[in-house]
Design a protein around this ligand. Structure first.
Ligand code: ZN
Length: 307
């Protein structure tokens, strides 16, 4: 199942408003099917199941998968709640996570690329939730504030069930599915500060999407090709089989320290080839376009704009 968030297109909106996340209508949760996009709350209400308006509401319900399946079946058989994707804009699959957890140095060859030792335990850091944007939003920054904007291709796990002190063998049961993420980083702030939260948390620096693809559809999350392309040139290419700590180990490790809640995002790290370590370095500027792809999960393209 491909779960996403949508807003109704409004052609009267000006360009600057349409890229400003807050200016649009509140996004609502839908499921992409061959017949169109199922508005889960509308189809669910008609089918007799109560589904909240957003992905975070859906995932907070322990029966979310059963309810979503019922709503989709009902929409496919009656047409109720079925929308034409041409009338819709895309928002982040989860635009209001409580936490965005990230892990550094989680691909063996990326750790070596930065001359870092292979860690014995995951090195966690965070992006503030206000950095999250969707597949149609631009990444924007003030060029006087940071001059070293970089990309990081990442597989992102979306929590579907509260996780506290779970073992690795149970951890994937707490994951709803996966999406594609770009852990956009201001390298000058990240390296200058001595810790990373500011350089990782600029507004718009966490593009995600387009869909949250459920675990049953993704299959083994540790055997997926992953890439980043900058203006069509492939600069990162690897497989999640190169993860030092797998999704199950990461979820378990996090959950021993803090509770993971439905809708929380866990960025699982990036493979080699990020811009700052290239010779010469590749740093992003106004007008650049970055596509991140993860096999079976999707492709996420973001425009980069200085403001
Ligand atoms: Zn990262």
């Amino acid at each position: 199942m491909r779960i996403g968030q949508y807003t109704d297109s409004d052609t009267t909106r000006t360009d600057s408003e349409s890229t400003a996340d807050a200016a649009g209508t509140d996004p609502w949760v839908g499921v992409a099917t061959d017949d169109g996009v199922v508005d889960l709350a509308t189809a669910g209400a008609a089918a007799g199941v109560d589904i909240g308006p957003k992905t975070s509401d859906l995932l907070a319900d322990w029966e979310w998968r059963r309810k979503a399946d019922l709503a989709v079946e009902y929409a496919e058989s009656t047409g109720v709640g079925l929308r034409d994707p041409a009338d819709l804009d895309r928002a982040a699959p989860v635009d209001d996570p409580q936490k965005v957890v990230c892990v550094g140095l989680n691909y063996r060859d990326h750790a070596e690329e930065g001359d870092n030792e292979i860690p014995d335990e995951p090195v966690l850091f965070s992006k503030f939730p206000t950095s999250v944007v969707g597949p149609e939003d631009a990444v924007r920054w003030d060029p006087d504030y940071t001059e070293k904007v970089d990309y990081e291709a990442e597989l992102v796990a979306v929590i579907g069930e509260r996780a506290r002190r779970v073992d690795p063998e149970d951890a994937l049961d707490h994951v709803a599915g996966f999406t594609v993420g770009n852990d956009v980083s201001a390298r000058d702030l990240q390296h200058g500060d001595g810790q990373w939260v500011r350089g990782k948390s600029l507004d718009t620096f966490a593009p995600t999407g387009p869909d949250l693809v459920t675990t049953d559809e993704v299959g083994d999350p540790h055997d997926l090709n992953i890439f980043a392309e900058v203006n069509g040139e492939r600069l990162q290419e690897s497989s999640t089989e190169n993860l030092i700590f797998g999704v199950d180990e990461l979820i378990s490790f996090c959950s021993r320290a803090f509770t993971l809640e439905p809708g929380d995002l866990v960025f699982t790290g990036t493979p080699p080839g990020v811009g700052v370590y290239r010779e010469p370095p590749v740093l992003l500027g106004d007008g650049d376009r970055v596509t991140i792809g993860v096999e079976g999960v999707g492709e996420l393209t973001s425009e980069f704009e200085t403001e």
